[in-house]
Write a protein that binds this ligand. Structure first.
Ligand code: MV4
Length: 670
């Protein structure tokens, strides 16, 4: 076994690798960019080396710098994690040239799977089923049209160098073919510097089922069963599970065998994933699965496989890279129970999943145990930055069967408390609890089909939430006054809205989204408050702020405990499965918020304007798309918050914009 390894990655996967290395007595070296100097992976490692500024091109993608760090620290091997340099054949070769081991496959295996067409041809030779189509060298448009007609409509055109859905075009009829071909070629050339395409029969109702494989340098290869990753959004996985719901044993055997053959055909060593697409228009059928691509790395979703097999895949990687044989043979491996993983992201489902950057003011994960695992690279107080993937954590649950695992997932998600950034947890709760998902009615169109159920419009605060927010404000004011006062028992140190010749009362003005809500508070003799809200609601509230940042409250006859975060004027209530933000408006400072609320539309993060969709002077409806920004490699649409007139456009297509820059001045009505 290695004595010391360097982890050429950051975030949760760097932390994940360090955990196993430590357990095996292997010393660890982390690398970090300037943005990550205080990051969790740096704190966990035995030593750490700075590799450059925040942007990945200047840090985590710098092969030379990372190899130099490995040499300088005496590391014997490099674990690449996923993303970054993990599937870079030149990096694997450069390590070998520097006398270092790559904890990953041979460069030749990475290359063999790099181009889709060539990979498909190789797989066909190895008797691995591939989608019917054309993946040859002839790229003549008329020839390809003939091939498409032979395959039968609909046909899918794929850029051979494509990935993540880029350079893909569905074509339903011959007259649409050439325009779609040109589009796929253009996208392939722009994104990957390669305009070659292949054609496939388009599968109407596909499921994404992948097989975890492992091979050692002695020529042994096994599979560790399948994962179902069909629930995706724009080619980003959202929920992953193992085993695949409804998978017949015969199909599992056939897919496992095909995946092992795929690995053997390219001389694979280490952890890999063979992705298949299953045509489920007639349910899961043992002869209706096809090779898609092979990921030559450890994947984000590997923990679900670990949970159902009881194996540590990072330990397997380290052993195999150090030259040891696979720890187990195929017959030693069994599936036990069911595991589900959810990716918790700093993003806003109600704003088309726009990434949400900022400080994690409050971050309380569920309690971990045999049923609940949290893989994360951040702690409370850390920030989600625009430089890296905004994933906060992977939540993995295990139970004896799928139904029990999904209930666990719902509970564990509801326990999560995150304030400071917007997250997708409510969306994940809706997904894990959706009846169609529970029924195993999966395919890659699931999220689109059930969009309305999964992303309901944001709900306004109810009387309970308002009373809790008011109570939190009063308790916090009392605490501040008591801390400040020299004599905490002096009448001047009380927060009770005391007025001469009147019962103590107060008014609080909250802003909830676009709604302003005035609450009247009566201070009762016993220290409680009576909160009078809209529509005649009235609740008696008392309670205490706890040292762990939670609020214990009694509302009339109901006892509640919830997380509370105070971020400037915002009060964030964290109740099981719900996050409610209320902004306390200081009536003396009215106007501040009006400016931010209406009028100016600002850039949510630094980026580039790719499209301006309206002209100055145009009347726009609430929700209408006004501008498209590209930031963090994704497109974000800036929409009108209300009906109004575009008074001024501050930027044109192609302009760079800074975080918070005013993009558009909108004159809203009312
Ligand atoms: C397909 C397909 C239907 N028919 N191929 C999308 C990304 C790439 N890895 C493969 N993809 C697809 N290939 C044929 N012949 C549908 C998809 C597809 C998809 C696949 C897996 C998971 C999510 C998806 C979402 C949309 C389309």
């Amino acid at each position: 076994m290695f004595r010391k390894i360097l982890i050429a990655n950051r975030g949760e996967i760097a932390c994940r690798v360090i955990r196993t290395a430590r357990r095996l007595g292997v010393a660890t070296v982390a690398v970090y960019s300037d943005a990550d100097a205080g990051a969790r992976h740096v704190a966990l490692a035995d030593e750490a080396v700075r590799i450059g500024p925040a942007p990945v091109r200047e840090s985590y993608l710098r092969a030379e710098t990372i190899i130099e760090a490995a040499r300088a620290t005496g590391a014997e091997a490099v674990h690449p994690g996923y993303g970054f340099l993990s599937e870079n054949a030149e990096f694997a070769e450069a390590l070998a040239a520097a006398g270092l081991s790559f904890i990953g496959p041979p460069a030749s295996a990475i290359r063999a799977m790099g181009l889709k067409g060539a990979a498909k041809a190789l797989m066909q030779q190895a008797s691995v089923p591939v989608v019917p189509g054309y993946h040859g060298d002839n790229q003549d448009a008329d020839f390809l049209l003939g091939e498409a007609a032979r395959i039968g409509w609909p046909v899918l055109i794929k850029a051979v160098a494509g990935g993540g859905g880029k350079g893909m075009r569905r074509v339903d009829k011959a007259t649409d073919f050439k325009a779609a071909l040109a589009g796929a070629q253009r996208e392939g050339a722009n994104a990957f510097g390669n305009d070659r395409v292949l054609l496939e029969k388009y599968l109407i109702k596909p499921r994404h089922i992948e097989i975890q494989v492992f091979a050692d340098s002695q020529g042994n290869a096994v599979h560790l069963f399948e994962r179902d990753c069909s629930v995706q959004r724009r080619h980003q996985k959202v929920l992953e599970e193992a085993p695949a719901p409804g998978m017949p044993a015969e199909m599992r055997r056939a897919m496992g065998e095909a995946a092992v053959n795929a690995a053997k055909a390219i001389g694979y060593v280490g952890a890999g994933t063979v992705e298949f697409i299953a045509d489920v228009s007639d349910g899961l059928k043992p002869d209706r699965f096809y090779f898609m691509e092979m990921n030559t790395r450890l994947q984000v979703e590997h923990p679900v496989t670990e949970m159902i097999t009881g194996q540590d895949l990072v330990e397997w990687q380290l052993r195999v890279a150090a030259g040891a044989p696979l720890p187990l043979r195929q017959d030693d491996l069994r599936i036990d129970g069911h595991a589900v993983e959810a990716r918790i992201y700093a993003e806003d489902p109600n704003r088309n999943f726009l990434p949400s950057v900022g400080k994690l003011h409050r971050l309380r994960p569920p309690v971990e145990g045999p049923h609940v695992r949290v893989d994360t690279g951040v702690r409370e107080g850390d920030s989600v930055t625009p430089f890296y993937d905004p994933m906060i954590a992977k939540l993995i649950v295990w139970d004896v069967d799928r139904g029990a695992a999904l209930r666990r997932m719902g509970q564990a998600l509801a326990e999560y408390q995150i304030a400071g950034v917007t997250t997708n947890t409510a969306f994940l709760i809706a997904l894990a609890g959706h009846p169609a998902f529970a029924a195993g009615d999966l395919d890659t169109g699931f999220i689109e089909r059930f969009h309305a159920d999964l992303i309901p419009p944001r709900e306004g605060a109810d009387a309970t939430a308002l009373a809790l927010a008011a109570l939190a404000v009063v308790l916090q004011r009392r605490r501040e006054v008591q801390v400040a006062a020299s004599d905490p028992w002096s009448p001047w140190a009380q927060v009770n809205g005391w007025r001469l010749n009147d019962q103590g009362y107060d008014e609080l003005l909250f802003r909830d989204g676009e709604r302003d809500i005035t609450l009247r508070l009566d201070y009762l003799a016993d220290g409680a408050i009576q909160v009078h809200g809209p529509q005649g609601s009235s609740l008696r509230a008392e309670g205490a702020l706890c040292a762990d940042g939670s609020l214990e409250a009694v509302l009339d006859e109901r006892r509640l405990k919830l997380g509370i975060a105070r971020l400037g004027a915002d009060i964030v209530l964290l109740r099981p499965g719900s996050v409610q933000k209320l902004t306390l408006v200081d009536p003396r400072a009215a106007g501040d918020l009006d400016e931010a609320g209406g009028g100016a539309l600002t850039a949510p993060m630094p980026g580039k304007v790719v499209q301006v969709l309206v002209a100055e002077g145009a009347m726009v409806e609430k929700g209408q798309a006004l501008m498209v920004l590209e930031a963090m490699k994704m497109e974000h649409t800036i929409a009108a918050p209300a009906r109004g007139k575009v008074a001024k456009l501050h930027f044109n297509a192609g302009d760079q914009v800074g975080d918070g820059a005013t993009l558009i001045a909108l004159e809203t009505e009312g």
